[in-house]
Design a protein around this ligand. Structure first.
Ligand SMILES: [Zn+2]
Ligand SMILES: [Zn+2]
Length: 380
């Protein structure tokens, strides 16, 4: 108990006395079941980061008492206790990265099998960790990896997002999360009763990345193509069709592999998607407009209508057909008419692929044309 108290004093990530007492109680309970939680923590940390990390992360056990010098008093030098506030290897989550992709990259940086690392740091097995991870766990992992909790949480996919997104695209994704139908899923419920998750990828993005990572937007049903590389995404292993499952991988590799046949996902063929790219681009612009310009209470009718087109479990091939049919001429049918008619013209413009200009840009353009119209302007 005393040893646990000393270890807990140095190791626990909080200074709040009641929280410390609570964690210490849990450690004591763990001891009562016959295990030694401190030993287990040491072993887990050395498994993740190598033996040296233990010294840095956990306090040393108190040494044997020194015999008192004749006529003196036994003095125990005070050990300098260090706090385990940071992991030794800690890549940060990239701005548009999916949470599970980041966790997978940390395991690779620590040279630990992703499956073991995920089990050790988040405990329970998740069907869909990006959706189900608890905010408290995200905050703990953020502390250990030295980044803001909101920044890390912005990579997760909860039905009610609690982190602020830095980009309009991120805000549009959060908006879609409130409509479960807009996440890509596979047929049949997983063990949790939820639909099975689908993680798509663009092989050319993976090839271009200095350190391959998975974009958060690749989890959404309307995203069927990469607009940068103008090719179709893949929704599984290009060779055997198995779903992408980064945190079930039993190989340490900076290049994502297939969990079933070990194929490198970066070797997937890039299939041109010229027909669908403009349709998806326009839809993304409309979703961004919806997130940035239309009040939350007026968005539901558009998102419900859109979600009906992407039935749960729809394959990538079928979703591609859906997106290809999002034609400008029928935008009011598949996107709905805005409650406030002032948004009509802008939405129709975006559906046609004309970039929406904000008021500042419009003013700038008017000034430019006014200058051109002045006599002698062209010659000057
Ligand atoms: Zn790409
Ligand atoms: Zn495979």
């Amino acid at each position: 108990m005393a040893r646990l108290a000393v270890a807990a004093q140095a190791w626990l990530p909080t200074d709040v006395p009641s929280t410390r007492r609570h964690i210490l109680d849990l450690l004591v309970q763990a001891t009562a079941t016959g295990g030694d939680p401190i030993v287990e923590l040491r072993q887990a940390i050395s498994r993740w980061f190598g033996a040296d990390a233990v010294v840095m992360l956990l306090p040393l056990s108190p040494g044997p008492e020194r015999p008192a010098a004749p006529g003196g008093i036994a003095l125990e030098p005070l050990a300098v206790l260090r706090r385990p506030t940071l992991w030794p290897q800690r890549p940060k989550r990239l701005p548009d990265e999916l949470f599970s992709s980041w966790l997978w990259r940390v395991s690779v940086a620590a040279a630990v099998l992703p499956a073991d690392f995920a089990r050790d740091v988040v405990g329970a097995a998740y069907d869909d960790i990006d959706l189900a991870i608890a905010p408290e766990t995200v905050r703990r992992l953020a502390r250990l990896s030295g980044q803001g909790a909101e920044h890390l949480a912005a990579g997760t996919l909860p039905a009610r997002p609690w982190a602020t997104q830095d980009t309009i695209a991120g805000m549009a994704e959060d908006m879609m999360l409130r409509h479960e139908g807009l996440l890509a899923t596979r047929d049949g419920p997983a063990a949790s009763g939820r639909a099975k998750p689908v993680l798509q990828y663009c092989p050319r993005c993976l090839a271009d990345d200095a350190w391959p990572y998975f974009r958060r937007r690749w989890r959404f049903a309307p995203m069927v193509a990469c607009l940068v590389h103008r090719c179709l995404l893949h929704e599984g292993c290009w060779r055997c069709g198995a779903p992408v499952a980064l945190l079930r991988l039993r190989v340490v590799s900076a290049q994502p592999r297939c969990v079933s046949c070990d194929a490198w996902l970066v070797h997937a063929p890039a299939i041109a998607a010229e027909q669908v790219v403009p349709r998806q681009g326009n839809l993304e612009a409309m979703l961004s407009y919806l997130a940035a310009r239309i009040p939350a209470a007026q968005r539901g009718c558009h998102l419900d209508r859109l979600a009906r087109r992407f039935a749960p479990g729809l394959s990538l091939a079928n979703r591609t057909v859906v997106v290809a049919k999002l034609l400008p001429a029928t935008a009011r049918e598949w996107f709905g008419a805005p409650e406030d008619p002032r948004h009509n013209a802008s939405l129709q413009m975006l559906a046609s692929g004309v970039r929406h200009l904000g008021p500042a840009l419009r003013r700038q353009r008017r000034r430019y044309h006014a200058r051109l119209a002045q006599p002698g302007a062209r010659g000057s």
